[in-house]
Design a protein around this ligand. Structure first.
Ligand code: NAD
Length: 799
């Protein structure tokens, strides 16, 4: 084979093959399809002569049922072609990248590389998704060409949602050529790449496995109740609520001995891992009997049908018997409710006298010591280790951030008191911690040379989180305004639980004023996971219960006016949105000139779920969007067709499962833009605003729409009556649906004149109708019951 040098010019990534159609391979294939690639999904040839590609074919069937979905849109499925290694190796020759995701077994992986190498083109990347095996072992004895094109790209489960990819290169790799692949993974697959040393388990699994196995061993030693362990080792330390045992159920108990043994084989005997590595007989027995976690009959937890009720149970590791979960949090966690600083609460918790607190000490101190000992073996950067745990395991802060929260000097003293040998790097951090800010401000990290170094900056990331150390131009209780360069400003909404209220409106109003005087455009963003879950229902209910209905009417009026002011501002306003954008959050976005959406955007007008209708201009804005689609030939013409789609979307409180779906639903306009990488959202939104300015931005003018009037209302009434008769909706659903039908057909009682399709109606009138319907519905006991239920349980009530 000719040995060519990879260059940016001779590399593109359009066709990708994934080999191994199991849990990871099929989901990686789906995510490549999400990014627009043509994907070939291969597995072993099946014994079924009529269907030799049965493994890959059934993986595609499973993909369509997967929850949460691996595909961002069902139309992406046809980008994946199933096949098998007997018949389709030839097709590998057209691929730009081949990803191996077969069983975690070195000899099986090496045998597969033997088999595929003759078919690969000289510019094709080959990467393994191995969780533990070093790259040097995987390519032992292979040709120079193969080695030059080989690397490890370690995706996390589920690959669509977990943002980390660990990248491990052979020692002689050409890093400038890898840049093309890294760029593709970052921009198109939306991942954050962390370069790792070629060490077993790389970063996240090396530390993550140590954490899980330490917790398992200490749970046995302390005879802990596993449900209590998951409470203790989650929220207090910023770890997702699956904790330890919930997480092992999620990834599969059968992975514990596989990954555990692989690390035990590869790590030197001096590594502290060997002191905690074990797979207790009880777990072996669970795996053998099919209790492999969520994918099996159950795991540490299981769902059991008791007297017709699905009941969650947890296993007792001493007896092997299951018992119902108590849902009682350990009393020792009450410490975190005190109004002390987070540092004081954590310190007091970890030094407390109870058995639970002793257990936590025995897990957390060894974990933090192990993390400090991993520098520079797995990475010279503590920040990369923190980032890997945040993005790969969903931790809110990584081990070094946790150490800084506790105070490194304090932790050194505690460890010494517990006879834990204090790692040298931790001792160095005792003076000033792992992180500090220079005057610039620039975030710096402590490394093993005892010097502080700037942390690695990500391309296209404009970090406005508290971690960045940046200072806003202005700060209000509802948000902060930042200068993001190019004469553009960004407002970050900062209300608790991402709910919109009077304070959010005040922050928007103040931002509009400042931007009008000093900047050329505004971006509105939320640094937390969700753009906004909607208006603050708790505050609305509180006002209602105090008899302050006029104040609620004022709040709706103020919201409508504010959103219109934003819409007609003389400069472009772009929403940079990710996660949930529900109810009022969706309405806010629909009043902007453009939306730069993260591909994970869950957008919808969900007010009917709490017995209401959108009243901050949401009905009018959605009608406008569907009228535009009609003009562009994207939706059938006619007034009934115009009302019908918004009626379905609002009436059924439909929420997009991705930005691509939001585009289909009309929440995003065709010209709105999608970013695969959440970290690029603000930079991409800036570009959107700059493009609008370059095109000579003019604020939009209010349009009027032709609505169906009474004939449309009669058609929707007939439809609603049918659903009620068939028992598909409740009487209150019918009541809300009727109010919505009147708004969307222009037949609400208080309108100056009822719409008819010959005389277009101003959207201002629709907004008035929304407000009136909202206030009438709020007075209904069934609506109040829905709101109270939602606030108490976070689930809708179908009354
Ligand atoms: P899996 O058991 O779900 O799937 C493996 C697939 O590979 C199966 O479809 C099997 O038929 C196929 N296969 C097995 N041997 C083969 C061979 N010799 N040739 C061709 N196909 C073969 O496994 P998985 O969980 O998807 O793991 C795949 C890889 O990804 C492993 O290296 C694993 O360590 C790694 N990984 C797994 C996870 C996870 O959470 N499951 C996370 C990150 C990385």
């Amino acid at each position: 084979m000719k040995h060519t040098v990879k260059t940016v010019e001779n590399m593109t990534i359009n066709k990708v093959a994934v080999i191994g159609a199991g849990v990871m391979g099929s989901a990686i294939a789906a995510h490549l399809a999400n990014a627009g690639c043509q994907v070939l999904l291969l597995d072993q040839e099946s014994a079924d002569a009529d269907n030799p590609s049965a493994f890959a074919v059934s993986a595609l069937t499973r993909l369509q049922k997967q929850k949460p979905p691996a595909l961002m849109h069902k139309r992406f499925l046809k980008k994946i072609r199933p096949g098998n290694l007997r018949d389709h190796c030839q097709d590998l020759g057209q691929c730009d990248w081949v990803i191996e995701a077969i069983i975690e077994d070195l000899s099986a992986k090496q045998a597969l590389y033997d088999r595929i190498e003759p078919f690969l083109s000289e510019n094709c990347w080959v990467s393994s998704n191995t969780s533990t095996l070093p790259v040097a072992k995987l390519i032992e004895g292979r040709s120079a060409q193969f080695c030059q094109n080989f690397l490890i790209t370690h995706f996390f489960n589920p690959p669509r949602y977990m943002r980390l990819v660990e990248l491990i290169l052979p020692s002689h790799a050409q890093s400038e050529a890898v840049h093309v692949l890294s760029d593709f993974i970052t921009r198109k697959l939306g991942k954050t790449i962390i370069p790792c040393q070629d060490r077993p388990g790389f970063i996240a699994n090396r530390l993550g496995t140590f954490w899980l196995l330490t917790a398992l061993q200490q749970s046995l030693a302390h005879q802990m109740n596993l449900e209590q362990v998951d409470y203790l080792l989650s929220k207090p330390f910023g770890i997702p609520k699956t904790g330890v045992f919930g997480l092992m159920d999620l990834v599969g108990l059968d992975l514990i001995p596989l990954v555990g043994q692989s690390l035990a084989k590869l790590l030197p005997t001096t590594d502290a891992y060997h002191q905690i590595y074990q797979c207790p007989p009880m777990i072996q027995k669970m795996i053998e009997t099919g209790y492999t976690g969520r994918k099996g009959k159950g795991g540490f937890y299981r769902l059991q049908s008791i007297e017709g009720q699905k009941t969650k149970q947890v296993i007792d590791l001493q007896t092997g018997k299951y018992q119902n979960v108590s849902r009682q949090k350990p009393a020792s966690l009450a410490i975190f409710k005190r109004r002390q600083s987070p540092q004081q609460n954590l310190r007091d918790f970890l030094t407390g006298p109870t058995a639970d607190q002793g257990f936590c000490r025995d897990v957390i101190y060894p974990l933090l010591a192990y993390a400090a000992n991993l520098v520079p073996e797995v990475s010279e950067s503590p920040n990369d280790i923190d980032l890997a745990m945040r993005l790969g395991y969903g931790w809110e802060y990584g081990p070094f951030e946790l150490i800084d929260m506790l105070g490194a000097d304090w932790l050194c003293q505690q460890m010494a008191g517990q006879d834990i040998s204090v790692p040298p790097l931790l001792q160095q951090a005792a003076e000033a911690g792992f992180y500090r800010f220079s005057a610039v401000p620039e975030r710096q990290e402590l490394r093993v040379d005892a010097q502080y170094h700037p942390v690695r900056q990500m391309d296209r990331q404009i970090d406005l989180s508290p971690r960045s150390g940046r200072k806003p131009v202005q700060k209000w209780p509802g948000g902060s305004l930042w200068d993001v360069g190019d004469d553009l400003a960004c407002l970050t909404l900062e209300n608790p639980h991402a709910a919109l209220d009077q304070q959010s409106l005040t922050a928007i109003a103040a931002s509009l004023e400042i931007v009008g005087q000093t900047y050329r455009g505004l971006i509105i963003h939320q640094t937390g996971p969700n753009f906004s879950v909607g208006a603050n229902l708790g505050a609305a209910l509180f006002m209602y219960n105090l008899g302050l209905t006029p104040d609620i009417a004022d709040l709706i009026q103020a919201g409508q006016q504010m959103f219109l002011q934003l819409r007609h501002a003389p400069f472009p306003v772009i929403g940079a949105a990710s996660g949930m954008a529900l109810g009022g959050g969706c309405e806010l976005l629909m009043h902007m000139d453009g939306i730069q959406a993260h591909s994970e955007l869950y957008m919808g007008l969900v007010e009917t779920g709490v017995g209401l209708v959108p009243a901050w201009g949401g009905c009018a804005a959605l009608l406008e969007r569907w009228a535009e689609r009609q003009t562009a030939g994207l939706h059938p013409n006619g007034p009934i067709a115009l009302s019908q789609k918004p009626f379905e979307l609002i009436g059924m409180a439909q929420v997009s499962q991705s930005a691509w779906e939001a585009q289909d639903m009309g929440f995003l306009r065709p010209q709105d833009r999608i970013s695969a990488n959440r970290d690029h959202l603000i930079a991409d939104a800036k570009q959107y605003a700059l493009d609008l300015l370059a095109a000579g931005y003019q604020p939009p003018t209010d349009i009027s729409v032709s609505l169906a009037g009474s004939s449309g209302a009669a058609a929707l009434a007939l439809y609603l009556g049918g659903l009620l008769q068939q028992g598909k909706i409740t009487a209150h659903d019918h009541h809300i649906g009727t109010a919505l039908a009147h708004i969307l057909t222009g037949t609400s009682e208080d309108l100056d004149r009822s719409a008819d399709h010959l005389q277009p109606i101003q959207l201002t009138q629709i907004r008035e109708a929304e407000k009136d319907a909202f206030l009438q519905l709020l007075d209904h006991p069934a609506t109040l019951a829905r709101i109270e239920h939602m606030l108490a349980t976070s689930k809708p009530l179908r009354n």
